[in-house]
Design a protein around this ligand. Structure first.
Ligand code: G4P
Length: 525
């Protein structure tokens, strides 16, 4: 394939995730985007949370029982000559490491904030991962049809709590019952809110209020708008596309997803402001998406898509070259050569066989236990591995063992398999080798228990641990006297030492008492 064509394929792709706290409106916004892309409202995009209908992404039984989406699904569609890949992240409070890992496979993120609530806990956690990756983050402040916080207050919160500069591209005129619409500082147009009807667009230079504007916007709001705009120009941040691309400045948009207001203009700006698939670092140096040879990495392994067959699907993010069904690849970790005959692409709700895919796309490979999270697969040429996926510090820990000691073989087999898939993290205590599971969300334990019973026929006994902070540490700086019941030393799966602290107070006290202990960055071990 010509390099020109490859470049076009890369440039036209946008792969992103929507990060938010539950109930901010992520599902509603996703649906409106799918509608724009001509995808009809279909199962797989709609959570069955309250309605009792279950989406096709709710593969696992436990998801059905709880009516939530445990695992992230992928939706691909076309919009305005672009190929859009939205990687869904579980929105429930019980989110898991899958949510974090999905963020390693995207090139940008949309942060949805409920304008009545501001920044909430889960948004903050997910934001930190995006920030660490230095990807563009665009903000959509939702629910303008309801009385919420003042827009300036929201901007301040974004800057103070998240520590990122903000630049409002659109600015609201009124809110709640008095919501008039938004002003776009780039296109210099007012998008007039007309309830259920489509928006009306009126030109406005930001200063001179003419009769045409007064026809559409309640006159009493216009002087306030002019003042706000001049304040933003004078006291606000300057716009810098470079800063946006590095994730240092977030362009902010206001709207109402439920009323489909501001979504289209947001999406159009999104295409302009975000980056196509970017280069990635590997053991062979920087891999450009336009490189001829195929490469990709596995960011998620999903089991039980089909409970009758116990099959697993490895989700591959394509990073370079062109994927073609049936192609020969090498699994870099084991150097094993394989033919990728069975591959799937995710088009909104349905899984369809995929013949070709380009950087930014996600493909699903059938897996019978070959792959691990973070694996690199490469086509022709030199075999290399992408940088390891970051470790996400768990916040919940349980000791676990098989209820029936006779089942210890099954127990070990199951635990190893599920840990390899990334369902939970595994730690062992130094002398007794107790099994400690770590998770970022409670749901991971429930999924683990369910699958150990369903797939390995092992009943488990859990003992909740009171520790909730994990810090990777240089073991040579630790002495026995530093450890007690509130500070435990364990080893992760890769034999890295980890200190577990009972709470934030204990952790801070420890640092004060033992300043010589060297802590390591889990994102970069
Ligand atoms: P999530 O995926 O982030 O969890 O949020 P979701 O889209 O499910 O939206 C959460 C609730 O907020 C839903 O109401 C939804 O209708 C509502 N919502 C979304 N966008 C807007 C908006 O722009 N304005 C207003 N006023 N509400 C919005 P629900 O009552 O919890 O569920 P449902 O019965 O409507 O499905």
């Amino acid at each position: 394939m010509s390099n020109q064509l490859q470049e076009t394929m890369v440039d036209s792709r946008r792969t992103f995730a929507i990060i938010s706290h539950p109930d901010a409106g992520k599902t509603t916004l996703t649906e409106k985007m799918l509608l724009l892309g001509g995808m009809i409202r279909s199962a797989g995009t709609v959570k069955g949370k309250k309605s009792g209908k279950f989406a096709t992404s709710d593969w696992m039984e436990i998801e059905k029982q709880r009516g939530i989406s445990v695992t992230s699904s992928v939706m691909q569609f076309e919009y305005k000559d672009h190929f859009i890949n939205i990687l869904d992240t579980p929105g429930h409070e019980d989110f898991s490491e899958d949510t974090y890992r999905t963020l390693t496979a995207v090139d940008s993120a949309v942060m949805v904030i409920d304008g009545t609530k501001g920044i909430e806990a889960q948004t903050l956690k997910l934001f930190k991962v995006c920030r660490m990756r230095g990807i563009p983050i665009l903000t959509f402040i939702n629910k303008l049809d309801r009385e919420g916080k003042e827009p300036l207050e929201l901007l301040e919160e974004i800057e103070d709590v998240l520590g990122i500069e903000s630049y409002p591209v659109t600015w609201p005129i009124g809110m709640g019952k008095r919501f008039q619409g938004t002003y776009d500082r780039f296109s210099k147009q007012i998008e007039v809110y007309q309830g259920n009807k489509e928006s009306y667009f009126a030109d406005f230079d930001g200063e001179n209020i003419d009769d045409e504007i007064k026809k559409h916007v309640d006159e009493m709001y216009l002087p306030g708008l002019v003042d706000d705009l001049s304040l933003l120009d004078e006291a606000g941040n300057d716009f810098s596309i470079e800063k946006v691309k590095q994730g240092l400045l977030t362009p902010v948009f206001f709207g109402s997803a439920i009323a489909n207001f501001g979504v289209q203009s947001f999406f159009n700006s999104f295409l302009q402001l975000t980056s196509p698939p970017q280069p990635r670092e590997s053991t062979n140096g920087t891999v450009q998406p336009t490189d001829e040879n195929f490469s990709g990495f596995i960011f998620k392994i999903q089991a039980n898509m089909n409970p009758a067959h116990r099959d697993r699907i490895a989700f591959v993010r394509v990073c370079s070259g062109k994927f073609e069904r049936g192609m020969n690849v090498t699994l870099a970790r084991t150097n094993r050569k394989m033919k990728l005959a069975q591959s799937h692409q995710f088009l909104a709700s349905s899984r369809e066989t995929v013949d070709t895919a380009y950087p930014g796309d996600i493909i699903g490979l059938y897996d019978s236990g070959t792959y691990q999270i973070g694996d690199t697969i490469v086509g022709e040429g030199k075999v290399f591995e992408f940088d390891a996926l970051p470790k996400f510090p768990p916040e919940l820990f349980v000791k676990v063992r098989a209820k029936n000691a006779m089942k210890s073989k099954h127990f070990e087999k199951g635990i190893n398999q599920l840990v390899q898939e990334g369902a939970v993290q595994l730690y062992r205590t130094p002398f007794f080798g107790d099994y400690i599971l770590g998770a970022v969300g409670e749901l991971q334990f429930q999924v683990f228990e369910h699958r150990m019973k369903g797939e390995y026929n092992v009943d488990l006994e859990f003992t909740r641990m009171s520790h909730n902070i994990a810090k990777w540490v240089d073991k040579s700086t630790i002495e026995d006297r530093m450890l007690d019941s509130r500070v435990m030393l364990v080893e992760d799966r890769d034999k890295h030492s980890v200190l577990m602290f009972e709470n934030d107070f204990v952790w801070r006290l420890f640092q004060d008492k033992y300043p010589s202990v060297k802590f390591l960055d889990p994102f970069n071990l």
